[in-house]
Design a protein around this ligand. Structure first.
Ligand SMILES: Nc1ncnc2c1ncn2[C@@H]1O[C@H](COP(=O)(O)OP(=O)(O)OP(=O)(O)O)[C@@H](O)[C@H]1O
Length: 257
């Protein structure tokens, strides 16, 4: 089967101070299958966000290309939902209105909008807060609202750049479980950047480890743990072994080879 997302020899240079070009991303090649959950870890500055922005169509590659369903990415598109660390909710809209927003743009009629929004609001556990404004929600609730909003427009691909990075450890674990439960019910292709090695292993079918200077793919660690993932999986020796493998690859890249 052809990949859902295909990074083909993707590089990106930036100019600093108007001249010196430096390579933020060096010849990244990576195929992601339809319905796969891939996480990306690596040291700060290894090009994770650069790769994600190129896949989102928010940044052009200097060379190479990203294909989605075989077609080159040339800008943002409705089949790719993007979720960043900052929740980016509209503060003047309620949770339901935020979730409905993309549907309104897509000219979905009012009753259908409401039905779709309420379904995803329920899926992320926010039904009791559908009429609340973002300022009255906790960080975790805002991020759940952002996830519901991304899901509502039915993107086939979710591009998530450290979506749980600003949250406390407990909320983070809860949202990981919620994301996996949503993903198992509404299967999407997910590309998920994180700094957290445990999070990377817990969520993924495969962990992509990147290295810095220049930003590049270092290795891919397949995660052969069963879904649904739960505390039992999280506390298992198999999980620890994978976490240790990824940890060593990220923090001691030379030793791990
Ligand atoms: N618009 C830009 N102009 C110049 N340099 C940039 C730009 N965007 C990113 N960079 C540089 O490219 C490199 C890769 O950045 P990127 O944000 O992709 O890394 P990252 O792995 O996501 O880092 P972090 O984990 O800290 O978010 C960094 O050295 C960064 O300073």
């Amino acid at each position: 089967m052809s990949p859902k997302i295909s990074f083909q020899d993707v590089s990106r240079q930036f100019t600093v101070g108007g001249r010196t070009a430096f390579t933020a991303l060096d010849r990244l090649s990576l195929d992601i299958a339809d319905g796969e959950f891939v996480t990306v870890v690596g040291p700060s500055g290894c090009g994770k966000s650069t790769a994600m922005s190129i896949a989102a169509g928010l940044l052009a590659p200097s060379s190479g290309r990203v294909l989605v369903d075989g077609a080159p990415v040339e800008g943002p598109g409705p089949e790719r939902g993007v979720i960043f660390q900052q929740y980016a909710l509209f503060p003047w809209l309620t949770v339901r209105e935020n979730v409905e927003f993309g549907l309104q743009i897509a000219k979905v009629d009012r009753a259908e909008r409401r039905r779709i929004a309420d379904r995803f609001i329920a899926l992320v556990g926010l039904s009791d807060f559908a009429d609340a404004l973002p300022k009255t929600l906790s960080g975790g609730m805002k991020q759940r609202c952002a996830i519901a909003r991304a899901y509502a427009v039915n993107p086939k691909i979710l591009l998530m750049d450290e979506p749980f990075g600003a949250l406390d450890a407990l909320t983070r674990v809860q949202l990981q479980d919620q994301l996996l439960s949503t993903w198992s019910q509404e299967r999407r292709t997910v590309l998920f950047i994180t700094h957290d090695v445990d999070e990377a292993v817990y969520l993924a079918n495969r962990v992509v480890v990147m290295a810095a200077r220049p930003g590049r793919l270092d290795r891919i660690v397949p995660v052969d743990l069963p879904y649904p993932r739960n505390e039992e999986v999280r506390l298992s020796p198999a999980f620890s072994a994978l976490r240790n493998e990824v940890w060593r690859a990220v923090y001691h890249p030379a030793a791990a080879h």
